[in-house]
Every structure is written in C-alpha cells, then in structure tokens.
Design a protein around this ligand. Structure first.
Ligand code: GLY
Length: 371
C-alpha cells in the first residue's frame, strides 16, 4: 500500500503551491514534478553529503526525466557569493530556460542558495524544494525566503521567491545525525510555543517517540509545523507584520550564534530552542506570562536531551552587554530599537517593540550567572 501523503497548500494567488509531506516521496518525485515540466529535463543542485546519500534515489525517482547535477561543498560557508555565482553560471551553461525547473536537494543552505539563484536566473525561474533536514522541512523550504550570507551578517542578500512545489520526504530524516535532528526539533517546538498550545502538549507527549524514529509522529509534526507556517506566510508573505512571529527565539539565537562564531558550538535550531526559553523568561519578567511557562519549556527541552540554557553552550560567551550588542546587529532591528517576539502564554506569541533593554540585560546576566 502506498504510504499516506499529506498535502498542505500555501495560498498566495498566482504564487500558490503544495507542500507534500510523507514517506517515499523521493521515489515518486518524477510523478510529483511531472506537471511542472515543459520538457523532461531538470537541473538539480545538492551538496556533497546529501548528494552522496540521496542523489541516486532522486535520479531513480525522476525516471525518464533527465537530471543534470551540480554538487556544492557541504556547510554554511557555501551560502556566499562564490558558490552562488558558480551555481548561476552553471545553470546558464546548462541552458536552463525560463520555463525550466531547478531542484534544490538538501538542507537550509542549499534551499536558500538555490532559491536565490532561481530568483535571479533569467529574472526568475521556478524551483522545487526537496528538503532533507528537519529544519528545512518545517521551516526554510516553505515561505519563499531565499538568499546568501554576507561578511556583514547572515541572510543579508536575498529575495522572496516562492518554490513551485515542496517535497518533504519523512524517510530522509532517518539519515540525519541525532544532533541535527534535535536542532531541527527546536524549530518544531517554536511553532507550538508561538501559536498552538495543543501542539506543544502533543510534543511533550510524542517528542521522544519522534526523535526515536516514529514515522507517523514525524509526519504529523512536520505537517502541523508546515500548516502553521503556511497560514502565517499567507497573511504576511514579505514580513511586514505577523510573519515576524516565526522569529520567536531568534533575536537571542542570532546573538548566541554570532558569539559562537556560527560554529559547531551551537547549531541554529539549538540556538532557537535556547532563545525560545529566554523569550519566555523575558515575557515572564515583564509580567506578561506565568512563571511556570519558561520552566515547562526548559523541562521539555531537557526531556528531549536538547541544549536548554546558556550553560549548555561549550566555551566562553560575552557578558550581557556583549550579547546585547550582538542583538543590535540583527537585521530585524527597526529604527535602532530591538524588537522581540514575546508571549502571553504557551501558544500565544506577539510582536513587541520598545522592550526595556535593562530587563533584557538582566535576563541575560542571570542566565550567564547560572553557567
Ligand atoms: N524562517 C522564518 C521565516 O521564514 O519567516
């Protein structure tokens, strides 16, 4: 029997598309993509790690569709001008036309870079995301944010360019190292915290089974996360307002990532999880949410074996002012004021500006003191 495939529609008028979620999608990629193709030829961009593991299966799945492939080095350093230029030049050399389709097979780095290359190639060609990490399946492959990093900061160069289709094959998650899976889980928890208390309850009960490999639990968690992201992106595609809710935990996270040099000391989703706990701590100090909320979040992260506090980050960190300064470099700063996503309770987040910096500093110094 064919496994059940969930379909989440992202409704954006002429830029609408489906996110297909389930097992065995790579094996049926040819059938899934067929309707988009003007001719049986696609360009696939992947990285060395993912390509080695999944490119043969994708080729088999594409069947009669011929695939030309570019394999980039794995890692965040790829998401920069040199590999971006190489990708665009390669697509031109392969004579990818305006109506052709480019496939991004990989995690967030490949999805963001390839999406941006598709956005500018011949003033925009269509692309399909085949996200291979949990983080990419629940967040970066959906919503059309594409781009690369600059020496001035992460994701500072880019474009909104929606994919034409996303194929989130749950089976691919079983090839992830446990730490990468749990890092992606940080973004899953974020959805419960920002907008769905019942989903957070569900994660408290089912998160451990999900981490252990339960495919049905994984499929449900990816589907629920994508549904939530889709509804927010539909309301606010270009982040004029509500889309900022998706940045819950990210202002703290970006400061911590900068402080740790974007290194293996802290993965993005790990920073998001710690950042979410800090955002609830800040909300509680501001009298916005109950004292139990941050403790309950930390308890769940600990249950999952995740990094939870600043003390879980190896090595030195700057002091509270140093971290505040790094928050000031964040691209979400508006008119010189820090903007935070705060919460009234688990499942009820909102965008706040003019947060008292002194209280943020206090939250950070208390968190640093417990290291
Ligand atoms: N990752 C946040 C967003 O897509 O808006």
């Amino acid at each position: 029997m064919q496994p059940k495939i969930d379909n989440v529609r992202v409704n954006l008028a002429e830029r609408s598309y489906n996110v297909r979620i389930g097992q065995g999608l790579l094996a049926r990629s040819g059938a899934e993509i067929a309707g988009l193709l003007p001719r049986p030829r696609v360009a696939v961009v992947t990285d060395e790690n993912v390509g080695g593991m999944h490119m043969d299966a994708l080729r088999d799945g594409l069947g009669d569709v011929q695939a030309v492939t570019l394999t980039l080095p794995a890692g965040e350093a790829t998401k920069a001008w040199p590999e971006f230029a190489r990708t665009v030049d390669w697509l031109l050399a392969e004579k990818i036309e305006r109506k052709d389709v480019v496939i991004a097979l990989g995690g967030g780095v490949i999805g963001d870079l390839v999406g941006f290359a598709a956005a500018v190639l011949r003033r925009g060609v269509r692309f399909v995301q085949i996200p291979t990490s949990l983080l990419a399946q629940v967040d970066s492959s959906v919503g059309g944010k594409t781009g690369i990093n600059s020496k001035h900061g992460k994701n500072l160069i880019g474009a909104f360019h929606q994919p034409s289709l996303v194929l989130a094959d749950i089976d691919l998650l079983s090839t992830l190292p446990a730490r990468d899976f749990l890092s992606g889980y940080g973004e899953v928890v974020k959805y419960g915290l920002l907008g769905d208390a019942a989903f957070f309850d569900w994660l408290e009960k089912n998160g451990p089974a999900m981490a252990a490999g339960d495919a049905a639990a994984r499929q449900y968690a990816v589907r629920r996360s994508v549904e939530m992201k889709a509804r927010i992106v539909e309301r606010d595609e270009t982040e004029e307002g509500d889309r900022a809710l998706l940045n819950l935990g990210h202002t703290f996270c970006h400061a911590l990532e900068a402080a740790t040099g974007y290194s293996g000391r802290l993965l993005h989703g790990e920073g998001v999880a710690i950042g979410c706990a800090l955002a609830f701590e800040l909300s509680q100090r501001l009298g916005l949410c109950a004292q139990e909320a941050p403790s309950r979040i930390r308890a769940h992260l600990r249950d999952m074996g995740m990094k939870t506090d600043l003390g879980d980050i190896p090595g030195d960190l700057p002091d509270a002012d140093g971290l505040l300064n790094l928050m000031g470099q964040d691209k979400k700063v508006l008119d010189g004021k820090l903007r935070f996503i705060l919460a009234h309770s688990i499942g009820s987040a909102f965008v706040a500006s003019n947060v008292d910096t002194a209280i943020v500093r206090q939250v950070l110094s208390d968190a640093l003191a417990q290291r």
